[in-house]
Design a protein around this ligand. Structure first.
Ligand SMILES: Nc1nc2c(c(=O)[nH]1)N[C@H]1C(S)=C(S)[C@@H](COP(=O)(O)OP(=O)(O)OC[C@H]3O[C@@H](n4cnc5c(N)ncnc54)[C@H](O)[C@@H]3O)O[C@H]1N2
Ligand code: MOO
Length: 513
């Protein structure tokens, strides 16, 4: 985005002030307050993410890797290390178009067809001999260097003897002679067999995401198919009778902003989105959808609070779900929740979870990044996962109760993202100074949309819980500690799972003024 000089952040609109947690907001909301028939135990933001990771890790058992042809493996996660199936290169190869030479020059040219890529190796060169060769061709045995065409000259030496009696032409020359125009170093422009790897070398560790470059490497190393982890299967249930799926808002009805957003967002996080279903405010339909889902993760939107038609808690209760996180000390999004759903008798090893996102759209994004993203990342980690401070995974069948599973195992400042012995795939926040002062909530973490600009994170306006205007133009969300941040203070930034917007949407600059 062409945000040369982004304007300073301004407080959220007055109507959103309590939720967007300016310093005036002393009301802890449901996190510390009452909810009819339901004791709310809000979890601190870092611990909520850790609990989501543990939940994902605990649900990994029984998720069998599968072999996929290269063409279908893009975006998947390698189930095991990518081990070279051949030496690379698999033969001594010419790196340039020119001459394969043997010994010191000048060389007598072997006047035969050039050795081409894909051809069988030519006969061995004797010292003092040269043969034409193309890039990628196997160098003949005896080759000591490759001489680039542009660094060489050929000549046909005059033979002794009379001129041609009729034409007067000089006598026909002897064997073509090749001379180097610069010093030739032994082995130059030859890629020796095994230069990149030997058969059996580990090229990439388990857990690597299959990118186009990984596909290329795998093909080069001899793979036709890759063992990859299954994508987490996600089902999205959109609640709310007030939602329209087309047209303009009218008569108190509004457009569903989450249905179109969450599927692609979850797919960008590596999920296989089975369906996005609109459930309305029908508790029975919600119960049937939750209990009948075969997904690894059910994501609901709305209905998490204590309003008259907010059914999520009641439905989870009835479904025998275990609440692992019930409210998070984060703004927006504090009513978000994470639950472990009851086991499916048909697949007792299949552990299913539900993330309840609040209905306010930016609050839903906050829940997505706080609970769904770490859970999905941990679900697709291949190596045995261990949270720092814990040595065993929870047993999915008998798993510990909510308090044990949600119990923080990392303190502030601890390397919360690292699993023992393996690089974590969970998106790790990184630290960037904020350009402007950011208001904080007195007790809770705040997540604020930012763009990256000149080495700083610039907080964006339109960051109220019901707004998407800020996040749609953002590169990430900055994690503002309770109490806020001063200009220049280094804060964690959570990236969005797509390329930065910077430079791509210049017209949006006007949004922040
Ligand atoms: N008495 C209290 N009421 C509320 C509190 C509170 O602390 N005490 N917290 C507020 C906060 S913060 C949030 S966030 C919401 C969360 O409520 P729900 O998860 O139950 O969400 P809904 O009530 O269903 O919807 C809230 C809001 O969002 C709109 N919405 C819902 N779904 C969509 C969608 N798919 N696309 C666009 N907009 C959507 C909905 O119309 C409401 O305006 O609770 C507050 N209340
Ligand atoms: O501020 Mo609410 O927390 O919109 O989620």
């Amino acid at each position: 985005m062409s945000l040369k000089e982004p304007p300073p952040v301004v407080p959220a609109p007055p109507g959103d002030a309590p939720d967007s947690t300016g310093p005036a907001d002393e009301n802890p909301g449901p996190a510390g307050g009452a909810k009819a028939g339901h004791a709310h135990r809000a979890t601190a933001w870092p611990e909520a993410r850790a609990a989501a990771r543990r939940a994902g890790a605990g649900a990994r058992a029984g998720r069998e890797p599968s072999g996929l042809p290269l063409g279908e493996a893009l975006g998947r996660v390698l189930a095991g290390p990518l081990t070279a199936l051949a030496d690379l290169p698999s033969f001594d190869t010419s790196a340039m178009d020119g001459w394969a030479v043997a010994g010191p020059g000048p060389w007598h040219v072997r006047e035969e067809a050039a050795v081409l890529a894909g051809h069988a190796p030519a006969a061995a060169l004797a010292t003092g001999e040269a043969v034409r060769i193309a890039t990628g061709a196997p160098v003949p045995p005896g080759t000591t260097a490759v001489l680039r065409t542009e660094h060489s000259r050929t000549e046909r030496p005059r033979s002794e003897g009379p001129e041609h009696p009729r034409t007067g032409e000089p006598p026909r020359g002897g064997r073509l002679l090749l001379r180097a125009l610069r010093e030739v170093v032994g082995g130059q422009d030859i890629r020796p067999r095994g230069q990149e790897c030997r058969s059996g070398d580990e090229l990439l560790p388990a857990g690597t995401t299959v990118t186009p470059a990984v596909l290329g490497l795998a093909a080069a190393a001899g793979y036709d198919a890759l063992r990859v982890l299954p994508r987490p299967r996600v089902e999205i249930l959109v609640l709310g009778d007030e939602l329209l799926t087309a047209g303009l808002p009218h008569d108190g009805l509004i457009r569903d902003a989450l249905g179109p957003m969450l599927g692609p967002w979850l797919a960008a996080l590596g999920a296989d989105v089975l369906a996005t279903r609109r459930i309305g405010d029908d508790a029975e339909a919600l119960y049937a959808a939750v209990t009948g889902s075969t997904a690894d993760l059910v994501v609901t939107t709305g209905g998490t609070a204590a309003g008259p038609v907010d059914h999520v808690h009641r439905v989870l209760d009835k479904a025998g779900a275990v609440l692992l996180v019930d409210g998070v000390k984060v703004r927006p999004g504090h009513p978000m929740l994470l639950a472990r759903l009851g086991a499916d008798p048909a697949r007792p090893r299949h552990v299913r979870h539900l993330v309840g996102l609040p209905g306010n759209p930016l609050a839903a994004v906050s829940g997505l990044l706080t609970l769904a993203a770490p859970l999905l990342a941990a679900l697709t980690e291949p190596a045995p996962f261990a949270e720092p401070g814990s040595s065993t995974e929870p047993d999915p069948s008998t798993g510990p109760g909510p308090s044990a599973e949600a119990e923080p195992s990392t303190g502030p400042g601890a390397p919360a993202e690292s699993g023992a012995g393996s690089e974590p795939r969970t998106p790790v926040p990184y630290r960037v100074p904020v350009r402007d002062e950011v208001h904080g909530h007195p007790h809770d973490t705040r997540l604020v949309p930012v763009v990256r600009h000149g080495g700083t994170a610039v907080p964006l306006r339109y960051n109220g819980p019901a707004m998407l205007r800020g996040i749609a133009a953002a590169d990430g969300l900055v994690v503002v500690p309770p109490g806020g941040a001063r200009p220049g203070q280094e804060l964690d930034v959570l990236d969005l799972p797509w390329p930065p917007t910077a430079g791509a949407v210049p017209a949006q600059g006007a949004c922040f003024t």
